[in-house]
Design a protein around this ligand. Structure first.
Ligand SMILES: C[S@@+](CC[C@H](N)C(=O)[O-])C[C@H]1O[C@@H](n2cnc3c(N)ncnc32)[C@H](O)[C@@H]1O
Length: 227
């Protein structure tokens, strides 16, 4: 494991221990979470709901295929969705056992039994080529240390015709977020440069996939494309 990988794992280990703080921010369910969401990301209730919904739109309500989510984190955004997809075969992967522990607990409480949890590195996925109908990645690519490997591995494990979708931080859309990323998230080890802009992400995905769509909700870049 490289020093950079180790550093990220340590950062998210601490966060995993504070999973409820993380969940509070991502779902705006705590006072501190709401303040951080407003101040850092410039999001209000409506915009916050918008980016989550739009990132998950490509997953149809009656989806019955195989889906890989990487990174699952605490599963706060997706376990409720998986509860509504009982016939899908879902695999969730994350680097941090501590973050994933919260996701496993959440699945257990919700009585979900079609989700498998795997600890691993997105840069070296332990799956065969063309294994999944959908690869979903929420808020991961701004954290991954080796983005080239992450793009290539998520592509490799997706079936031809499969959907790659999700969201992550993109630069140059919302200056306040750019400032916090540079001065807080990068030094703390939560985010790792280099970051995509909306344009660079579109170009990258168009070089690999078809039917590419990319748009932004403040600094959240939301994407969907077909292999
Ligand atoms: C900001 S969290 C996002 C979690 C979740 N998808 C969400 O939106 O709430 C980022 C996650 O990326 C994971 N991560 C960072 N580098 C990784 C890697 N190389 N492979 C797999 N997961 C990684 C961290 O452990 C952390 O749980």
């Amino acid at each position: 494991m490289t020093d950079r990988h180790q550093e990220i794992q340590n950062s998210y280990k601490q966060l995993g221990n504070m999973a409820s703080l993380y969940d509070g921010i991502i779902t705006r369910s705590t006072v501190i979470g709401k303040i951080m969401d407003n101040v850092i990301w410039g999001l209000d209730e409506r915009l916050a709901a918008r980016w989550v919904n739009e990132a998950l739109v490509p997953i149809s309500e009656d989806f019955k295929g195989s889906l890989l989510e990487v990174p699952v984190g605490t599963g706060v955004l997706t376990m409720p969705l998986y509860k509504s997809l009982p016939e899908a075969r879902i695999t969730c992967l994350d680097y941090s056992a501590d973050m994933m522990k919260a996701a496993e607990k959440r699945a257990e409480v919700l009585g979900i039994n079609n989700v498998k949890f795997v600890q691993g590195d997105v840069g070296c996925l332990p799956f065969d080529d063309s294994s999944f109908d959908i690869v979903l990645s929420l808020n991961g690519f701004h954290a991954f240390p080796d983005k080239k490997a992450a793009f290539s591995e998520t592509y490799r494990v997706l079936k031809p015709g499969g959907i790659f979708c999700g969201c992550f931080y993109i630069k140059d859309e919302f200056r306040r977020t750019d400032w916090f990323v540079k001065h807080m998230y990068v030094p703390k080890g939560f985010f790792t440069a280099p970051f995509e802009s909306q344009e660079s992400l579109r170009r990258r995905l168009e070089g690999m996939y078809s039917q590419v769509s990319v748009h932004a909700v403040n600094a959240e870049g939301i994407f969907c494309c077909i292999k």
